[in-house]
Design a binder for this molecule. Structure first.
Ligand SMILES: Nc1ncnc2c1ncn2[C@@H]1O[C@H](COP(=O)(O)OP(=O)(O)O)[C@@H](O)[C@H]1O
Ligand SMILES: [Mg+2]
Length: 300
């Protein structure tokens, strides 16, 4: 399945519960059309990882995720040989006797001993078509790994010395995300189409809440979204993302809350704010002030 228009992208993602603003849908459409990787940058909890999941579901493609972390290296990202299993194979060949060195060598580098990591998996043909390759939180890795990725994304092939070169018959659909804890190098960004994923506005966040917590009553949903929107204008160490809005609404539902009050907010603030300093700043009279202002700002 392919998308014929930007509207198509929005509709297909909506069917997967993903609320996709038009600028984001446009860049997704173009990335697919031009076969370019898509680089999504933005604050945590703004729906960057989620769009890769929704897109793979909408296209009926397999999702392959490479979660980045400090110290991630090529062997954990592409492939490794299963040394332990190779050792066992050598021992049993020795015990059985008779196996010549050349055939043993060939056996040791067979598929059985190859551990495929996400980047190699993404080059393999998949039943529904080329997979969606999510390279998540690239800002957590270092410059050498970025340089390595740049090369991998330019030719979609991997050389395994013992086996030769493996090339993707069709390149995967690549989505890279960054929470911008550091700047990612220009060279990598230039290879991609870029989009900054911002916090949603009131209407869009309400749409997201409808999609993700449909059991919440309309009045409560509107108050929750208005409160979080207003809270984001405060000077906080960690501003709550959309994920926190959804979590908070679910907590309030679990407590059978019908509408917000300063007391309820104080009891459940841990769903929204994850740093003690932020919580201390918002507790008490500040919460009441934000709630009053948020209520006043709810669109009719
Ligand atoms: N546009 C959206 N439509 C639907 N759900 C969304 C949207 N944006 C965020 N979410 C919700 O917020 C959660 C966190 O989003 P996620 O993609 O993990 O954020 P991040 O940008 O940090 O990768 C998701 O699991 C999803 O439930
Ligand atoms: Mg993420």
């Amino acid at each position: 399945m392919a998308f014929d228009s930007i509207d198509d992208v929005q509709t297909a993602l909506a069917a997967e519960g993903y609320v996709c603003p038009r600028p984001l849908a446009t860049v997704v459409f173009l990335a697919l059309r031009l076969g370019r990787p898509l680089f999504l940058e933005g604050e945590a909890g703004t729906g960057k990882t989620e769009i890769a999941k929704a897109l793979s579901a909408a296209l009926g493609r397999r999702l392959i995720r490479l979660q980045c972390y400090e110290g991630l290296d090529a062997s954990s990202a592409v492939y490794e040989w299963n040394f332990a299993a190779q050792m066992i194979a050598i021992r049993s060949a020795e015990a059985a006797g008779g196996t010549d060195a050349a055939s043993l060598r060939a056996d040791l580098f067979a598929d059985d001993f190859l551990i495929e990591r996400p980047l190699l998996q993404a080059l393999r043909p998949q039943p529904g078509g080329a997979p969606v390759l999510l390279i998540d939180e690239i800002d957590r890795t270092d410059a050498p790994f970025e340089a390595f990725l740049l090369e991998a994304l330019s030719d979609f092939q991997v050389t395994i010395p013992e086996r030769g070169t493996i090339k993707a018959p069709t390149p995967p659909i690549v989505i890279l995300t960054s929470n911008r804890t550091r700047e990612v190098h220009d060279a990598l960004k230039r290879r991609c189409l870029y989009h900054w994923v911002d916090y949603p506005d009131f209407d869009r966040e309400l749409d997201i809440l409808h999609a993700r917590a449909p059991e919440a009553a309309e009045t409560l949903s509107r108050e929750v979204v208005a409160f979080v929107q207003r809270l984001r204008t405060e000077d906080l160490f960690k501003t709550p993302g959309v994920a926190e809005t959804i979590d908070w609404a679910k907590c309030l539902l679990a407590l059978d809350v019908i509408d917000l009050s300063p007391a309820v907010i104080a009891d459940t603030l841990g769903a929204l704010l994850k740093y003690q300093d932020d919580i201390r700043k918002i507790e008490g009279s500040k919460a009441k002030q934000i709630l009053d202002e948020a209520r006043a700002a709810i669109p009719a």
